[in-house]
Design a protein around this ligand. Structure first.
Ligand code: UD1
Length: 420
């Protein structure tokens, strides 16, 4: 198993190129199930989650050819409709194939994803919405069995909670359904917006793109002709490197980034004393010489993203005062706290609220990554810790960060990948 070894207390300098967004790529790859042609997707990140989804599609009979950051997916040969446990257990987002397979083939089986480190993460809202569209859903022996022999029918769906993959799943199901589907309380994340835009360009009329009320005009089973497109930049990867600049007090420039998608993150970094200059696709961080403490509440987009909570917690350990971080989306998303405490952070947890007393001197030691974003929080802490930090179980990190250690090395960090 690989681990990362980092030496701390060094400033960084230079430019980092941001990869395509993992969370945009996953639904857009699943969307190829709706296509009649070979679909070319560019600017994909080189991360394990994408490989997992491509393996799932290949197992179902699709042909996937990758070259650099580009893939061609041909789902015309897709014949199987069962997403099995061995793949779904490694990536919950596999549930994204349910909507497109069901709407195209009239049946689909997907293994129940089960719990994960950051909380229960149910999929009840996906299933309830598909039932409203006419699907029959049975849960048998750990599998969701969905059938809709006469196709799905558009209807009015009101999500009780904002769900990102739930919204994506239903948009894709609605794309080939009969009639219009209206989703109220839809997710407005940029990744959902890109899915809508690509479908809209491919013959599925969608009204309300980027708002909480979407109306999708289904094609009644007609498959789509989807032109080549490029994945939007990863706003969470970008936010993580901005935190790397802020925590090491270093000026860093990010390329291939969209500042508009980072509003809440940039606002919090500004509150902490950092400033920015940006162009159409770059952001330069000018660090604060003394970081101010901050109050953060995680929310759905355009609020502060839960996927940046762990990184800001690491950053807050170096602020001059007490920061408060409240996690509203996932009940158990503070697994990184005990690892940061082992490095010397003074963080107390009360339910879903973390109080960070700072500044504290962090010391390098052995730590363990517990989930994807927790992993990058430990890397950030390691960059300013005294001495050497060994970060274990980085298979979590490899699920969602493209070449993290190479990108950090490129701006002067002392970090390398080693084998246990
Ligand atoms: C997506 C992102 C993940 C991010 C999260 C929140 C992908 C692949 N993953 O995850 O990185 O952290 O959004 O921004 O895009 N819920 C239910 N029932 C459901 C579905 C969700 O109760 O059927 C709850 C969840 O438990 C959670 C909240 O709704 O409390 C939001 O979850 P959701 O937006 O669905 O997260 P994901 O789409 O899994």
């Amino acid at each position: 198993m690989d681990y990362l070894q980092a030496q701390g207390v060094k400033s960084l300098n230079g430019t980092i190129k941001i990869s395509g967004a993992k969370n945009a790529s996953l639904p857009l790859i699943a969307m190829t199930i709706l296509a009649k042609n070979c679909v070319v997707i560019k600017n994909l990140p080189n991360v394990v989650d994408i490989k997992t989804l491509l393996k799932l599609l290949s197992n179902l009979g699709a042909k996937c050819d990758s070259k650099d950051d580009c893939i061609t997916v041909d789902t015309s040969t897709l014949t199987q409709t069962k997403a099995t446990y061995d793949i779904v257990k490694t990536m919950r987002a596999s549930i994204l194939v349910l909507g497109p397979i069901l709407t195209r083939f009239g049946h689909c089986e997907v293994s129940l994803p089960g719990g994960c480190a950051i909380g229960q993460r149910p999929i009840d809202l996906h299933l309830k919405a598909l039932e409203q569209m006419g699907a029959k859903i049975d849960i048998k022996a750990g599998y969701i069995e969905a059938t809709a022999p006469n196709g799905l029918v558009g209807c009015e769906i009101i999500f009780d909670k904002v769900t990102v993959t739930g919204t994506a799943n239903i948009i894709m199901a609605a794309a080939l359904a009969k009639g219009n589907t209206t989703i109220t309380n839809a997710a407005r994340e940029p990744e959902v917006v890109q899915l809508c835009e690509i479908l809209n360009q491919s013959g599925v009329k969608i009204d309300g793109i980027g708002t909480a009320i979407l109306t999708i005009c289904g094609t009644d089973g007609k498959l789509l002709e989807i032109d080549e497109f490029s994945i939007i930049p990863d706003r969470i990867e970008a936010g993580t490197y901005l935190c790397a600049g802020a925590i090491t007090k270093s000026e860093l420039t990010l390329e291939n980034v969209n500042a508009k998608h980072l509003g809440a993150v940039l606002a919090k970094l500004e509150e902490m004393g950092c400033s920015f200059t940006s162009t159409k696709d770059t952001i330069t961080l000018h660090p604060a010489q003394t970081l101010k403490p901050v109050k953060i509440v995680t929310q759905e987009y355009p609020g502060f993203p839960t996927d940046m909570q762990a990184q800001f917690l690491a950053l807050a350990t170096q602020a001059n005062g007490t920061s408060i971080v409240e996690e509203r989306l996932f009940e158990n998303r503070f697994m990184h706290v005990s690892e940061l405490q082992r490095m010397g952070a003074d963080i107390s947890l009360n339910g879903n609220v973390a109080t960070v007393n700072a500044p504290t001197k962090l010391s390098g030691t052995d730590v363990m990554a517990t989930d994807l974003r927790a992993s990058s929080a430990l890397v950030l802490a390691a960059l300013v810790a005294d001495g050497e930090t060994d970060i274990h179980r980085i298979y979590h990190l490899d699920r969602g960060y493209d070449s993290l250690e190479k990108k950090l090395e490129g701006v002067g960090a002392n970090i390398k990948r080693l084998k246990e």
